[in-house]
Design a protein around this ligand. Structure first.
Ligand SMILES: [Zn+2]
Length: 289
């Protein structure tokens, strides 16, 4: 049961390793309960961002994930420096997240169905797509194609990683090319858009799933609201670039609460890949019968 948190002055009495304040409703949530609830606020339904590790743990059957290409690391081809050197940002992100870059991919099972899965982690430089993220998305698609397994990508990203310049922009083409080969072979791809899915990630692989799902109230779109309003020289409609707005305009297929996401993916995979994917799953189906 979440506790009421009416007075700002009392916040200091909540140790941050034990409590998190919900940005949706302001209530203080006990971290253990928040984790138990898949990091969704029990009071207002706000979906907190997830690490790649937590996302994989929530979606996949326990012990089934085998990561691929975990050793891929980005280079700093143009020695980019803004307020801080790109190399320093990478090092800080690695220390903070324990990841080598913002994407993790591999094979695993969802309710017994084997899939290729790639998950973006917003905690690593805003989940931005440089050469490693693009490469991992492409390799996940190639892995799905090689094994004839459905592909699932869970996005949470601010877009292309400007620190890699043109190399980051090239990832739009690389990822879409790999997904195009997947589509030509008739292998299903389900895209899940979590908060936020914006910029070059939205404008490339995240928005072209055979089925496009989104978590509730996720920010989804290409340019930010200020730029969009400036471009059309008009006010934006309420809820612009939120899951619910995009669903009502036909841009995404379904909004799925996090607690239902695993079962929903299993159901969709059942429709799109009724044999359960590759030969290994076929054997599983046969052995069940
Ligand atoms: Zn809340």
């Amino acid at each position: 049961m979440p506790l009421k948190f009416p007075f700002r002055a009392r916040r200091e009495s909540y140790p941050p390793d034990l409590w998190t304040q919900c940005p949706g409703c302001g209530q203080m949530l006990f971290n253990k309960h928040l984790d138990r609830d898949l990091r969704v606020c029990a009071a207002c339904g706000h979906h907190f961002r997830l690490t790649a590790t937590a996302r994989l743990a929530q979606l996949l059957d326990p012990g089934t994930f085998s990561e691929r290409d975990e050793g891929l690391i980005p280079v700093d081809p143009i020695s980019f420096v803004d307020s801080r050197a790109y190399a320093d940002r990478l090092e800080a992100a690695r220390t903070a997240t324990g990841l080598r870059d913002a994407a993790v991919w591999g094979f695993g099972s969802i309710e017994g169905r084997r899939v290729a899965i790639c998950v973006l982690d917003f905690g690593f430089m805003g989940g931005s797509m440089g050469s490693v993220v693009g490469e991992k998305v492409a390799r996940a698609a190639e892995g799905a194609l090689a094994e004839s397994l459905p592909l699932i990508i869970v996005s949470s990203s601010g877009g292309a990683r400007m620190q890699e310049g043109t190399l980051a922009l090239m990832q739009l083409v690389i990822t879409l090319g790999a997904l195009d080969r997947l589509r030509a072979a008739g292998v299903p791809f389900v895209s899940v858009m979590a908060d936020p899915t914006t910029g070059g990630v939205f404008a490339s692989f995240a928005s072209v799933g055979d089925v496009n799902l989104a978590e509730p109230n996720a920010l989804i779109g290409f340019a930010g609201a200020r730029v969009s309003a400036g471009t059309i020289a008009d006010e934006l409609p309420p809820g612009f670039q939120r899951s619910e707005f995009l669903l009502s305009h036909g841009f995404i297929d379904r909004i799925v609460h996090r607690s239902a996401l695993r079962a929903e993916l299993a159901r969709i995979l059942g429709y799109l890949a009724p044999a359960g994917g590759g030969s290994g799953s076929g054997t599983r189906e046969a052995s069940r019968g």
